[in-house]
Design a protein around this ligand. Sequence first.
Ligand SMILES: [Zn+2]
Length: 164
Amino acid sequence: MPWAVLLGDQDTVTRYWSHVLRRAADACWFWLGGLTDTGHGTFRAGSHTTGTSRVVPAHLYGYRLAHGVDALAGGLVVRHRCDEPPCQNPAHWLAGSRGDNNRDAAARRHLSGHPLTDVRGAAGRARAVQAAIATAASPDEIEAAIAAALAAGHPGGAHQDALW
Ligand SMILES: [Zn+2]
């Protein structure tokens, strides 16, 4: 992947940020563009000025944008502390190994009310948040819509033990 070229292209950087809903410093910054089956953001990086373009995972582009082109050298992956795959808040990312990432998921996937236990699955959850944001008209409405969209994935309530 020609990361240096794609990260250096101002059109791509602008397009990346145009798909990110920037919120409070500690909140999840949801991706508003394309989504993968795992709920991760995806977009086409590159433009006519770079002479090359690739579809890239949004968080891998954003992580390198925040920490440098070589930040994930050696096979490192980006872990989401918040367990929201579409999240683009750099403060919610942590580089680690694939094993770290698998251990994160194993440790958290049985916690009730947790993103990983959303009945819609990761992609369904990400799509529901995007749809909620799209219909909200003001910043306050956006916050309420996101909260409702997230809660809808846990129909039994966040503090009730999961039955499935
Ligand atoms: Zn987050």
